[in-house]
Design a protein around this ligand. Structure first.
Ligand code: GCB
Length: 603
């Protein structure tokens, strides 16, 4: 133990202050920390717990055995059993599973280390460390100080590092743990790959002392000529003037801010060119203070429900959609950059979509920014998936936090028309209470968008029933149904009878079936492209007859990796319900749906 322990009192005072999310980082003054990071695989969490299984970061005395100390010594006698600089590297952003064969199935802890220098441009400025997402649990340390813990694999978070960062030789250490657990969100059981690691961009954000942290600039609910919202300044020290300007609309609205709270505003707007899939107009919007001008590109549109119709800018709209996982199938990896987003959304465009369901968790910001530009309406959801621990209050708080972080990041994107609370959750009192809580929570943050959840149907005396109690609380009644794949006859599907309890727009959030691209045969042979094509033909005929049908997002754009899909030769670890294969080749059913969308009439 000689010299293994030394005291740093600094460890204690600076830990874990929870910090508000900084939004629109894409248009801020940032420096990337993407690139190669050293990593250590640590299945026993040796760098985190001492041999009594007590976390090092909860001890009064600092311990060099804790990996976040990134300890090095010149003393050749001293025992040190880790060394980041002699360990291999991974690319960040990026999941670890796809970067090393030995990590394909790994679920557990990996430590990452990145060293960097940073010269702050003005001594009074502040510096923040921002992560787009880390799956699932991140413990973040800078120069040996704990910045905080973040839970949830698909949302962004940041820390103020102004008092810790140095001009030279900073070491940033992140412990990432993607072990699944029953009470987590998502829970143990999912049908997608549990990609671990620092899966999205990491950046440093330099801001003035007092800066624009967040804002909402959207059309006011129920009014297409008032732009309203709020601005949040971080660290207001005196009365400050903030101007919101939209030059193309001749808007220049100045508000006064004297607290750190959200300050609301409203301004009348004339001659707005509304955002729509046909004309995805985005306006340059500037938020200005004495110290800073922040630009964003924002579209304005209304979205509402009237009886059984969805109205976009007052006109009925049919959601011609497709479900998408955040995966680039051709890399068999998590998607994370604009190039990946272009591949996925351009496929959806080619399919004839005006809408995508981003399943089953919030996707990276490039996806929604690009959807805004391409005119693709979006359903965004959180990973409240299948049977999670509905009775557990921590689980609820975790889900709420993920929802808050998702809405905070994306609330200015016109493309997002639906927040989804959950997918295929089994009805019970506890589940209803859980989801109703999420619905109410969403409404306190954003009352302008529609709320939905992917529900299920059940069959009663030959009739497909949609009567889940949650339907009462949702603006859109959405459900997944797999006639012709998990049950039911395809031949009779077009004549299926439906009993839908609610007079609300109905959206089929999933239907589909698997096919191995290149496998051909008859419609009587599962896994052939012909069977999948027939499944689409029959389902589309059936869907046309469903009362109040307002859209759909079949399952799914592309084959995706899933550890649950084990059939040799056919699946080999892939869910084959994609309309496009993992080599990027379109299957026959792609063209069936494309033709349907191209000819779809609706009013
Ligand atoms: C579902 C789930 C989705 C699965 C899909 C399937 O209902 O929502 O996550 O991947 O079915 O392929 O079975």
């Amino acid at each position: 133990m000689r010299r293994a322990i030394f005291l740093t009192l600094l460890l204690l005072p600076i830990i874990s202050f929870s910090q508000g999310l900084i939004t629109n980082t894409i248009n801020r003054n940032t420096t990337t920390l993407n690139g190669t990071w050293h990593y250590i695989i640590d299945p026993y969490e040796t760098g985190y717990y001492n041999y009594r299984y007590e976390p090092y970061d909860e001890q009064v005395k600092n311990d060099n055995r804790a990996f976040y100390n990134n300890y090095h010594t010149d003393d050749k006698l001293e025992l040190v059993e880790y060394d980041f600089d002699k360990s291999p590297t991974l690319l960040i952003p990026g999941d670890w599973n796809s970067q090393s064969e030995s990590l394909l199935y790994y679920e557990g802890t990996i430590w990452y280390k990145k060293s960097f220098d940073y010269q702050i441009s003005n001594p009074s400025n502040r510096l923040f460390l921002y992560f787009g997402a880390v799956n699932y649990k991140a413990e973040v340390y800078l120069n040996g100080h704990k910045l905080g813990t973040h839970i949830g694999g698909f949302t962004a978070f940041n820390y103020d590092i102004s008092s810790i960062v140095k001009p030279k030789n900073n070491y940033l250490v992140v412990k990432v743990d993607n072990k699944r657990s029953k009470e987590a969100v998502p829970t143990i059981n999912t049908d997608w790959w549990n990609y671990g690691g620092i899966t999205r961009d990491v950046k440093l954000i330099e801001e003035p002392q007092s800066f624009i942290q967040d804002y909402s600039i959207q059309l006011k609910k129920g009014n297409n000529s008032i732009i309203s919202g709020f601005v949040k300044i971080n660290n207001v020290s005196k009365k400050e003037k903030v101007t919101i300007s939209i030059p193309e609309l001749n808007i220049n609205k100045t508000i006064e801010i004297s607290t750190n709270n959200d300050i609301e505003f409203e301004v009348k707007a004339k001659n707005i060119q509304y955002w729509s899939p046909e004309s995805p107009k985005l306006y340059a919007v500037y938020i200005k203070t004495d110290y800073q001008t922040l630009e964003d590109q924002i579209g304005f549109r209304t979205i509402e429900v009237k009886g059984p119709k969805i109205l976009l800018n007052g006109n009925p709209v049919f959601l011609k959609g497709i479900s998408i996982h955040e995966e680039n199938p051709m890399r068999a990896a998590r998607a994370f950059n604009e190039a990946d987003a272009l591949v996925l959304l351009n496929w959806a465009k080619e399919l004839g979509c005006n809408y995508v369901r981003l399943a089953h968790y919030p996707h990276n910001e490039h996806m929604v920014r690009l959807a805004d530009q391409l005119g693709m309406m979006v359903w965004e959801e959180i990973p409240v998936y299948w049977t999670i621990d509905f009775k557990n209050e921590n689980t609820l708080n975790n889900a709420k936090n993920q929802l808050t972080e998702a809405i905070t990041r994306d609330k200015n994107r016109a493309c997002i028309i639906i927040w989804s609370m959950a997918n295929e959750t089994p009805p019970s009192d506890a589940r209803n209470k859980f989801l109703i809580d999420l619905v109410n929570h969403t409404k306190t943050f954003d009352n302008t968008r529609l709320i939905s959840a992917a529900l299920e149907t059940h069959n009663k005396d030959g009739v497909q029933m949609v009567d889940d109690k949650m339907g009462e609380y949702l603006d859109i009644v959405a459900f997944n149904q797999y006639i012709g794949w998990y049950g039911g006859s395809l031949k009779n599907a077009p004549n299926a009878k439906w009993d839908i309890k609610y007079n609300k727009p109905v959206v089929i959030s999933e239907f589909g079936g698997g096919a191995l691209q290149g496998l051909h045969g008859t419609i009587a042979e599962r896994w052939t492209e012909e069977y999948q094509e027939y499944l689409y033909q029959q389902n589309l005929k059936m869907i046309d007859k469903i009362p109040n049908i307002s859209g759909m997002s079949p399952w799914i754009l592309a084959d995706f990796k899933s550890p649950k899909r084990l059939l040799p030769i056919i699946q080999d670890g892939w869910n084959r319900k994609g309309l496009i294969s993992n080599n990027g080749i379109k299957k026959k059913a792609f063209y069936t749906l494309q033709e349907y969308y191209n000819n779809k009439k609706y009013e």
